[in-house]
Design a protein around this ligand. Structure first.
Ligand SMILES: *Cc1c(COP(=O)(O)O)cnc(C)c1O
Length: 377
């Protein structure tokens, strides 16, 4: 019998987090303000090369601020890939905008740039140019940002990069998201860098980040009393969370190496199953391999995926189907999707395997043995 459960992507704390949290406690900045936040923002900006950073309470909050700063209003259209987690889309919906979904590129699983270009051309003719394009760096795989910027610059549409899953990923040697008008990161407990819960909004545009900072702090005007000329939010990050974040950031490159190694270990052990395929890596990307994702590319891949998932669950091992595409979510029934069936087909047979960086080699052996027992007979 198993004595513990293996989770999909648990936090991994072994750096300076404890020490920094103690320092935060000792300074008595137990508040959504304090020196750890300033330092975390500065260090994160140095790490990513994105000039201005705003630490917030979640990735979703960062996305909401990005959508606000793009000027998205009620009735506007916002383009998003269909293959993602719902937090990519919900902030646009908070603002009353209408998401238009775009399918994935079969080779990378990220947004299909040809479909994006076609869709923008069509929407321009229909006089319904979207007010933002949101892209997603899926499971750490960056989208083709240069191409997206080129397309969106032509139509003069701002780009928001949802890089929530991609801290530490590189696109053509630069950090994921760099070059977009806004970049959103998440430090939720399951992400490669966690603050227990938190996020970051990053941009090379100082005035936009400065205004987002105001919105994140109840839109307080910069005067001694409480003065408000617009409505804001309480989206600030806690100084304690920022201390955890600084500790996590100090080992991020090591974590990326570990995630990539885990991917390779799975690949080596499962290569004997000819119909198990691994998420491809785009030629322009060095993924952080946030989660190792496999596909069961046989006729009834769905049943095999479910069989493996159930067998792992039985052994106390968490695995999960990949994100269910937005255009087949009940809440988006009737929303427009430029669909070629790619994301939906990956959803049917894709499985995320445990990818925590504290996973041991013998745990990976155990997981792979269970998968092999299901598949090789
Ligand atoms: C985790 C995640 C988010 C949201 O981040 P939270 O910090 O959980 O609010 C947004 N988009 C994607 C793609 C994510 O994976």
């Amino acid at each position: 019998m198993k004595r513990y459960r293996i989770y999909l992507s648990p936090p991994h704390i072994e750096g300076k987090e404890r020490e920094l949290v103690k320092e935060a406690f000792d300074s008595n900045f137990i508040a959504p303000a304090g020196p750890m936040i300033d330092m975390f923002e500065r260090e994160f900006s140095e790490y990513t090369g994105i000039r201005h950073c705003l630490a917030v309470s979640s990735g979703t909050a960062a996305m909401h601020l990005a959508i606000k700063e793009c000027g998205v209003k009620r009735g506007d259209f916002v383009i998003c890939p269909t293959f993602t987690f719902i937090a990519t889309v919900s902030p646009a919906v908070y603002e009353g905008a209408v998401p238009v979904f775009i399918d994935s590129d079969k080779k990378t699983w990220t947004i299909d740039c040809d479909l994006l270009a076609e869709t923008l051309e069509r929407m321009k003719k229909e006089r319904r140019i979207p007010s933002a394009v949101v892209t997603v760096d899926l499971y750490g795989q960056t989208c083709d940002m240069d191409r997206i910027i080129e397309i969106c610059t032509y139509y003069n549409i701002p780009v928001v990069s949802d890089s929530a899953e991609a801290v530490g990923s590189l696109y053509k040697g630069r950090h994921a998201g760099k070059g977009a008008d806004f970049v959103v990161f998440s430090f939720n407990g399951n992400k490669i860098l966690t603050t227990s819960g938190g996020g970051m909004l990053a941009s090379d545009n100082e005035s936009l980040i400065s205004h987002a900072r105001k919105l994140a702090n109840q839109a307080r005007e910069n005067v001694p009393h409480y003065e408000h000329v617009e409505i804001g939010y309480n989206y600030r990050m806690s100084n304690i969370c920022a201390a955890i974040g600084r500790g996590q950031l100090s080992v991020i490159d090591k974590r990326v190496e570990q995630k990539r190694q885990i991917f390779e270990m799975y690949k080596e052990r499962l290569k004997c199953i000819e119909y198990v395929e691994f998420m491809p890596e785009a030629c322009y990307c060095r993924s952080n391999r946030w989660l190792t994702v496999i596909l069961f590319s046989i006729k009834d891949g769905f049943s095999m995926r479910e069989k493996v998932r159930a067998a792992l669950e039985e052994a106390g091992i968490e695995s999960r189907p990949v994100w269910k595409p937005m255009h087949i979510q009940p809440v988006f029934k009737g929303n427009e999707c430029v669909d070629r069936g790619i994301a939906a087909s990956i959803f049917m047979t894709g499985l995320c395997l445990p990818s925590g960086t504290a996973l041991t080699e013998s745990e990976i052996d155990e997981i792979c043995d269970i998968i092999k027992r299901c598949c090789l007979r």
